[in-house]
Design a protein around this ligand. Structure first.
Ligand code: 13P
Length: 214
């Protein structure tokens, strides 16, 4: 299971979380990534943790003010990028463009989607993974695997029908090792989470619990 911690724009210390994630990953052998704000990518990557961007733009170099260039993200140490997070939704053509830009820059890609129908559409763009995150469960206390297990199973089925090579992750409300285990039992091969770690008093303790069943 891949555990990707999305720091969003939470007011946490990205270096403290990244250092804790690196240490827990090394001690446990689990794969843990951290996705900080774009401006923090290089500092987070310097900790040695697997570093992800929260977004890349569909465009390449040129007159595109305000872009997050996939090439710049890769040059600053990111291994991969989220695309189309529920809080940063893109048009279909731009999701396609961002997947292409990320792949040209050598980044791994996870395209987020709200429901199984969108998961099927996202899988058709051939990212490395898709992630189902019901918006109403994001930031809540109950994990998607508990609150709506059917949406995870249906997302796995939808992606499999389009492209069996595309991994399926899930996210929203994930904060414990039991949540990670439940997601795996439903067919997910990774989880995205944010508030459970970014808002924790002791992120290292939460990360240790998250990997405890792996
Ligand atoms: O949006 C998410 C991860 O990308 C999930 O957020 P929470 O873990 O805070 O529910």
């Amino acid at each position: 299971m891949f555990i990707l911690v999305n720091l969003k724009a939470y007011p946490c210390d990205p270096i403290a979380v990244a250092t804790a994630a690196r240490d827990v990953a090394e001690a446990s052998g689990a794969r843990i990534g951290v996705a900080p704000q774009a401006a923090d990518l290089a500092r987070v990557a310097e900790t040695g943790v697997e570093t992800w961007a929260q977004h890349v733009s569909p465009n390449g170099h040129g007159s595109h003010t305000g872009s997050t260039l996939a090439e710049a993200v890769a040059d600053n140490g990111a291994a991969g990028t989220l695309i189309n997070h529920s809080e940063n939704r893109l048009k279909l053509a731009d999701i396609d463009g961002s997947v292409g830009a990320a792949e040209r820059a050598g980044l791994e890609t996870i395209v987020c989607a709200n429901n199984p129908a969108q998961i099927g559409a996202a899988a058709a763009l051939s990212p490395d993974a898709v992630a189902v995150e019901p918006p109403e469960l994001i930031g809540g206390d109950v994990s998607v695997a508990t609150a709506d297990p059917g949406i995870v199973e249906d997302a796995v089925t939808a992606a499999e029908a389009v492209d069996p090579e595309v991994d399926v992750f899930c996210g929203a409300g994930v904060s414990t090792g039991d949540d990670v285990d439940a997601a795996g039992e439903l067919g997910a091969s990774g989880v995205l989470l944010a508030s459970g770690v970014a808002k924790a008093d002791d992120p290292a303790a939460v990360l240790e619990d998250l990997v405890s069943g792996l």
